[in-house]
Design a protein around this ligand. Structure first.
Ligand SMILES: Cc1ncc(COP(=O)(O)O)c(C=O)c1O
Length: 364
């Protein structure tokens, strides 16, 4: 078995539907509101530039988050302050209200794993009342909708990552939802080394996937953040109009449902979300696992991607101050649902987890 982190690139492109399909949000957005980047971290940096944030300003981030999310703010000497996230993955507005002060200029709301934040409207209202910019981090939520509306429309600025959902070598976007926000002075550059490395990795993984074997963690290392506006590659630009987005969404939802049906609600590896609401296009299947390192080891040895999310809190967020975020970071494991995984493979991985997580030996 070989299941890489992203969908193998050869599975993505569809000639069949190329002429009949319309582009999903935000790719259908008015070009004046949309900017493309290589990675979501650079789209976040675009948000910093559009809002003209700098030293003396504070940004509120959820305490349960990929550590790289803080880097664009820190690189521009913006103070980062955290707020609590419940053990269900819900951003807690009461804590955000407590943490906001006169220096707070922006708040980042993350739609974890593709699930829209339940209190998005309350966050929108709070930010409007306090004059705080709401940056919606939809890096996991491309293609997800809530009540038939794309996730992200509630937000002054919205960040997406196409790379994560689609498996294209790179690609992210920033949507400027508020009139008056611009990025006219932006000079973009191509991070050629990373883009060549990223593309090669995707091609090698496609071959490995056809052969059914290969090292799971073979991926060029991306420096956490460099202070320039890193552009989306021409290859991703060429691929995007050729992708059958409905197929991507359907496969991901079907694979999520397969995991839900196979993992019990109370075992050593159980779903963080016990259902898949209509419109959600999941990035991964987030599982709550009593021994997350063992689960990751077992799955990787079997040839499948699996990862801790995110193992630790971002630096300067203390486990004592954020016990619920720490609880999640100690337990959540991302299981694959991408469009390159088959229900048969999910079945095999679930049996492996059931079989091995009861045992305590890590190497047996
Ligand atoms: C919620 C979230 N936002 C942003 C990022 C950064 O995305 P990228 O690697 O495209 O810069 C990550 C990284 O995994 C993430 O999990």
């Amino acid at each position: 078995m070989y299941i890489p982190r992203y969908c193998p690139i050869d599975r993505l492109v569809s000639d069949r539907v190329r002429r009949t399909r319309s582009m999903p949000y935000p790719l259908d957005e008015c070009p004046s509101k949309l900017r493309f980047y290589s990675h979501a971290r650079y789209a976040l940096d675009g948000a910093v530039a559009a809002l003209e944030l700098g030293p003396g300003d504070t940004v509120l981030l959820p305490a349960f988050v990929c550590p790289v999310v803080a880097t664009p703010f820190r690189a521009r000497n913006i103070t980062v302050r955290f707020f609590e996230v419940s053990s269900r993955g819900t951003a807690l507005i009461e804590d955000a209200i407590r943490k906001a002060d006169a220096s707070t200029k922006a708040l980042v709301l993350v739609d974890y794993f593709g699930f829209p934040q339940p209190s998005q409207e309350e966050f929108g209202q709070f930010c409007t009342e306090r004059g705080i910019w709401l940056i919606r981090n939809c890096a996991h939520a491309f293609l997800s909708t809530l009540d038939n509306t794309p996730v992200g429309v509630v937000g002054d600025l919205v960040v997406f990552s196409f790379r994560k959902t689609l498996g294209v070598p790179d690609g992210a976007a920033l949507v400027l939802n508020r009139p008056g926000l611009t990025l006219s002075s932006h000079a973009y550059r191509y991070d050629v080394c990373w883009q060549l490395g990223g593309t090669t990795a995707r091609l090698v993984q496609a071959v490995q996937s056809r052969l059914g074997v290969g090292p799971i963690k073979w991926e060029p290392r991306l420096s956490s953040f460099r202070p320039f506006h890193s552009a989306m590659s021409p290859l991703t630009r060429a691929l995007l109009p050729r992708i059958d987005f409905q197929w991507v969404a359907d496969q991901r939802r079907a694979n999520f449902a397969a995991w839900l049906g196979l993992l019990g609600s109370s075992g050593p590896c159980r779903p963080l979300h016990g259902s898949l609401p209509e419109g959600v296009v999941p990035l991964v299947f987030p599982a709550v696992v009593d021994d997350p390192d063992l689960a990751v080891t077992v799955l990787r040895r079997a040839g499948s991607y699996a990862a801790r999310m995110w193992r630790s809190l971002p630096d300067s967020a203390s486990r004592v101050e954020f016990p619920e975020a720490a609880w999640l970071a100690d337990r959540v494991v991302a299981l694959p649902v991408h469009q390159g995984v088959s229900p048969r493979q999910i079945d095999a991985l679930a049996s492996l987890l059931r079989d091995r997580l009861g045992r305590s030996d890590r190497d047996g």
